[in-house]
Design a protein around this ligand. Structure first.
Ligand code: C2E
Ligand code: MG
Ligand code: MG
Ligand code: MG
Length: 283
């Protein structure tokens, strides 16, 4: 009887694998539902200059699931594999443009830049440019306020397509940041060929500034290279005064990290000058 059954049914003999597959299917269903029911939200993390003035923010997606707030690290990889990242990415761009529209009405916010993360699958869509420019034009957002963060893996996936798309979008007024710089395998030779405006030093290097001399050298080198290429340098994951001072002393232009502010719901986002030293004295 077991034999007969075995011939006609697909069976998983590895219970761990079966559980994993079931969890993935569940998550995929939940993500569809999240999109349909509007359970995604943007959190914003400030980006400041050396004086602590907020010049912009990075938009970071959050999923307000029925079971609580879910980090993008827990659903972006599956969303990428299943292709759901495409509609999710469209939602992010639309939500970012809505925020920029609100900011445009507020003299304290109108000058800010908003950076959004773009995943490889999303960027590779044949209609990516139409989608993003369509949203910008229909909402009448100033494209100069919008920055797209690409990772080295997005770029390397198809360099020619990447350069073409970046050029079209740059012509339209958008700007680009290379996210997580230093963690991928990009070669310096084509870095100069990309129409990039910003290099974002990965937080793994920033974290090691005082403990790992190699990391300190890498950070210094990347900042110097960005400055020489006329590309703005920004450090992510700045958590301490020591890291901030080191980065500043070596010519880093912008800073993002818990030291200046954690990602917060867009409605709680504060502008002005963030000066962690005064927070410390005050507390
Ligand atoms: P990312 O783009 O490199 O974003 C930086 C991550 O570092 C964020 O994690 C941020 O909350 C965290 N972070 C910022 N400052 C600090 C700090 O001082 N210390 C530490 N330990 N962490 C810090 P988050 O929000 O969990 O996002 C993780 C990743 O998920 C992002 O990395 C990005 O790759 C992806 N992601 C987030 N939002 C989106 C999105 O809308 N679309 C796509 N495709 N990916 C997204
Ligand atoms: Mg990013
Ligand atoms: Mg990053
Ligand atoms: Mg990162």
């Amino acid at each position: 009887e077991a034999k007969a059954k075995g011939r006609n049914t697909l069976r998983f003999f590895d219970p761990v694998m079966q559980a994993t597959l079931q969890a993935r299917l569940q998550l995929e269903n939940d993500l569809h539902k999240a999109l349909a029911e509007g359970q995604f939200k943007l959190h914003l993390q400030p980006q400041v200059n050396a004086a602590g003035e907020v010049l912009g923010a990075e938009a970071l997606i959050r999923w307000l699931s029925p079971n609580g707030l879910v980090s993008p690290l827990q659903f972006i990889p599956l969303a990428e594999e299943t292709g759901l990242i495409v509609p999710i990415g469209c939602w992010v761009i639309e939500a970012a443009c809505d925020l920029l529209l609100e900011w445009a009405q507020d003299p304290r916010m109108a000058h800010l830049q908003l950076a959004v993360n773009v995943s490889a699958k999303q960027f590779r869509q044949h209609d990516f440019i139409e989608q993003i420019l369509g949203t910008i034009i229909s909402k009448q957002v100033n494209p100069e306020r919008l920055k797209l963060e690409l990772t080295e893996s997005v770029v390397l996936d198809d360099i020619e397509d990447t350069i073409n798309k970046m050029n079209v979008l740059k012509e339209a007024g958008l700007s680009f940041s290379m996210d997580d710089f230093g963690t991928g395998y990009s070669s310096l030779s084509y870095l100069a060929e990309l129409p990039l405006q910003q290099l974002k030093i990965d937080q793994s290097f920033v974290r090691g500034i005082s403990s790992n001399p190699i990391n300190a050298i890498i950070v210094q080198t990347v900042i110097g290279m960005a400055n020489n290429l006329d590309i703005e340098s920004i450090a992510e994951g700045v958590e301490t005064e020591t890291q901030f001072q080191f980065l500043k002393a070596h010519g880093c232009k912008l800073f993002q990290g818990y030291y200046f502010g954690r990602p917060v719901p867009a409605e709680n986002f504060q502008v002005g000058t963030l000066h962690p030293i005064t927070f410390m004295l005050g507390s």
